[in-house]
Design a protein around this ligand. Structure first.
Ligand code: AMP
Length: 199
């Protein structure tokens, strides 16, 4: 089983790349943002709680999100692994995930695929997405808040995995297809290393 996380600031193109990668490698695309938006659409108690937080561009509590991730991992069948999208978003979540995977007999996450994009390009993409998708959390003020949350709480996740030699950077300023090919090359290498270790 492969456990990968697609990492990057809001607007880096995680969702787009995640769908393509999940399809190619038969991975379960586990987007915590998508799960939360589905809870909101269902009108569940969690959905009500999440709506306020998401609409302000803030983060949900680590425990709540970790519980959603565990549930999704434990109930999915017929996959060769998991592609986490938007998780872990804090160092606390990264530690919880590693503890969980270790308890499952894995050596933590296999790799954090970090999509790196310049700030001006990110803002341009976010505003374009706001016009196309109409996401309630893509207004200018909320976008500013989401970047602030990223700088304050999320960026450090890359450092956490870099120290373990598991953070693999890719230039996300390129077009979708080029970024995808770069990610494919990295994932193939991760898989090759894993198969060497298993032998
Ligand atoms: P996303 O679709 O990944 O951009 O997530 C949309 C929103 O959902 C975020 O701005 C957060 O409010 C919330 N969210 C998604 N994933 C997480 C997470 N791992 N931890 C905390 N909040 C999250």
């Amino acid at each position: 089983m492969l456990y990968l996380s697609l990492f990057g600031p809001p607007g880096a193109g995680k969702g787009t790349q995640a769908k393509k990668i999940a399809g190619k490698y038969r991975l379960y695309h586990l987007s915590t943002g998508d799960i939360l938006r589905a809870e909101i659409a269902n009108g569940s108690t969690l959905g009500h709680l999440a709506a306020g937080i998401i609409n302000r561009g803030e983060l949900l509590s680590d425990d709540v999100v970790m519980a959603l991730v565990e549930h999704a991992i434990e109930t999915s069948v017929d996959v060769d692994g998991f592609l986490l999208d938007g998780f872990p978003r804090t160092v606390a979540q990264a530690r919880m995930l590693d503890a969980y995977l270790t308890a499952c007999g894995k050596q933590g996450l296999d790799a954090l695929l970090s999509i790196e994009v310049d700030r001006e390009e990110l803002t341009r993409r976010m505003l374009k997405r706001a016009a196309v998708e109409g996401r309630v959390d893509d207004t200018e003020e909320v976008i500013r808040n989401r970047f602030a949350e990223y700088e304050m709480k999320t960026r450090q996740v890359a450092d956490y995995y870099r120290e373990q030699g598991k953070c693999l950077p890719v230039d996300g300023n390129n077009n979708v297809e080029t970024v995808f090919q770069d990610l494919v090359a990295m994932i193939d290498e991760v898989k090759r290393q894993e198969s060497l270790l298993e032998k």
